[in-house]
Design a protein around this ligand. Structure first.
Ligand code: IPE
Ligand code: IPE
Ligand code: MG
Length: 252
């Protein structure tokens, strides 16, 4: 597979200087960006200010991943369960995501990043956000650098349900159902499973993120709140990842 291991951003010497093995950089890193509300509360700020502070963390994580030559970076931006939050917060998050895209897509495009969205396009997602999403996906579709997947109105269960429904609409017969067939109906069929999942904020759960895809991912939980997350923390997580023994049910 072309460039399966690492992107050209990854400079081996620089990666070694960080104490990392350039041959074992995870191909796909996925982040549950959690703790914005608590970060804000700690400072006597509104929850939404915590989300706003998460923007810098996000950009730093993307740039850190590019420097390491990570091929796929995914982030959990809004879950199918997050609709249950107060209307004001939901409305803020919708507009915030639109503004982040508008503010950073050109810069990411210039860096060769392909941006894609994983999740349900339902009636609750504002049309003006959908328009910016579509433009961004189209703008960056031809890029061959890192693929940055934003999981938005995403739920792991919803993804599986949507895949099964689409498969049935296609009339796939029971005999043809396999892991490979089902995967073809996922939101991003070409996306490899995450090698490493990082969750910030000290919660030890998955919260409906990439349920199928993380069957054999290495999980790292850090107490840091997302707005404080920086590329150093990404490097630290990769360092820990590199000493893990991935067995996939076999023997070492
Ligand atoms: C994560 O931060 C961002 C989203 C879920 C959109 P939270 O808003 O969940 O922050 P906490 O977990 O309440 O601190
Ligand atoms: C997971 O965080 C969703 C996102 C980061 C977008 P939550 O804050 O929604 O998860 P729970 O409610 O703590 O499980
Ligand atoms: Mg949370």
């Amino acid at each position: 597979m072309v460039g399966a291991r690492r992107g050209k951003g990854g400079d081996d010497e620089r990666i070694r200087a960080l104490g990392l093995d350039p041959r074992r950089i995870p191909r796909h890193i996925a982040c549950v960006m959690d703790g914005n509300g608590r970060w804000a509360q700690q400072r006597g700020l509104k929850r939404t200010e915590g989300h706003a502070a998460g923007e810098e963390a996000l950009l730093d994580a993307v740039n850190g991943a590019l420097e390491l030559g990570v091929r796929w970076l995914s982030v959990y931006a809004f879950s199918t369960e997050n609709w249950s939050r107060p209307t004001d917060e939901v409305r803020f998050l919708m507009d915030f995501n639109r503004r982040i895209l508008l503010g950073h897509r050109d810069e990411l495009h210039a860096k060769g990043v392909r941006i894609q969205f994983l999740g349900r396009r339902d009636w609750r997602v504002p049309r003006r956000l959908l328009r910016v999403i579509d433009e961004t996906v189209e703008l960056t579709a031809g890029n061959r650098g890192m693929t940055f997947s934003v999981c938005f109105n995403y739920g792991g269960r919803a993804e599986i349900i949507d895949a099964v429904a689409a498969m049935m609409r296609d009339g796939v017969s029971a005999e043809k159902v396999s892991e490979k067939t089902l995967r073809r109906y996922f939101y991003a069929p070409d996306m490899p499973d995450p090698d490493l999942v990082i969750r910030t904020s000290g919660e030890f759960r998955i919260s409906n993120f990439l349920l199928w895809e993380l069957a054999y991912s290495e999980l790292i939980f850090t107490p840091i709140y997302w707005p404080d997350f920086r590329r150093e923390h990404l490097v630290e997580a990769v360092r820990e990842y590199q000493v893990r023994d991935r067995r996939f049910g076999g023997l070492a």
